[in-house]
Design a protein around this ligand. Structure first.
Ligand code: G3P
Ligand code: MG
Length: 235
């Protein structure tokens, strides 16, 4: 097996408040290859948060998209952490791992493409150090059109009849299925099409064993220790 890539889900969400700078730092200290974060656009700024509402992860209320930037930045996202700007995540990572930006909110493709272009042109990052993913395949198509050098990853919630064909049509780099329904036919079809397979969210060792046996290229996890310790005591 070639090396299994470890994507730390929402930072290291099993160990720190998800999608915060603390979670990002924790992910890196735990040996992440990639840090995955979710983004919304508000008042022209990109904010890192998973839900469309504030209640679960912050002390705020309401929909993210309906709040002012000032209000959102005043909130506690856990242990005194703020909802970070995406550029703060890039600075925190500082090229120690790759950054997987998941486009959650509408209208995120264009500002994310712009920000990554800036980081490549002004900060010396390479396009390959970013991976932009989304369940919204229209946003993915848009960002690939805006910056063809950018790698994209197509997220899916179900098993499509034509397996990974849609991801090839998107000219994606990778396809990101959920662990619940992944099967061998899907992995083989994706590989035949030249796509990497990165599976979310793998938090149990028995799931990790299963997806490794299926030949996936990487996993998203809240608990990177199950990946970094893999092979110790396993067959
Ligand atoms: O990108 C993998 C995973 O983060 C997708 O699901 O809902 O945790 O963003 P979600
Ligand atoms: Mg995500």
């Amino acid at each position: 097996m070639s090396q299994l890539l470890c994507f730390e889900h929402r930072g290291a969400a099993g160990h720190a408040p998800e999608n915060t700078l603390a979670a990002v730092e924790k992910a890196i200290s735990l040996g992440a290859d990639w840090v995955e974060v979710d983004v919304y656009a508000v008042e022209g700024e990109l904010l890192v948060i998973h839900d469309d509402r504030l209640e679960r992860t912050t002390n705020g209320v309401g929909y993210v998209a309906e709040q002012s930037l000032e209000y959102l930045r005043s909130l506690d996202a856990g242990n005194g952490e703020k909802i970070p700007f995406l550029w703060e995540v890039f600075e925190q990572v500082n090229r120690r791992t790759g950054v997987n930006v998941e486009l959650k909110g509408p209208g995120t493709a264009a500002p994310v493409a712009l920000l990554i272009d800036r980081w490549v042109k002004e900060r010396g990052w390479r396009y390959e150090e970013f991976l932009v993913s989304s369940f919204d395949h229209h946003e993915l198509r848009a960002i690939k059109h805006l910056q063809p050098k950018l790698r994209t990853g197509a997220l899916i919630l179900a098993l499509p009849l034509e397996y990974a064909r849609f991801a090839e049509a998107l000219n994606a780099y990778s396809v990101h299925p959920g662990v619940e329904f992944l099967d061998r036919a899907f992995v083989e079809d994706a590989h035949r099409r030249g796509l990497k397979v990165f599976v979310y969210t793998v938090n149990r060792r028995q799931d990790l064993a299963r997806v490794i046996a299926l030949g996936v290229d990487g996993v998203f996890t809240d608990y990177p220790e199950i990946v970094t310790s893999w092979g110790i005591g396993e067959g």
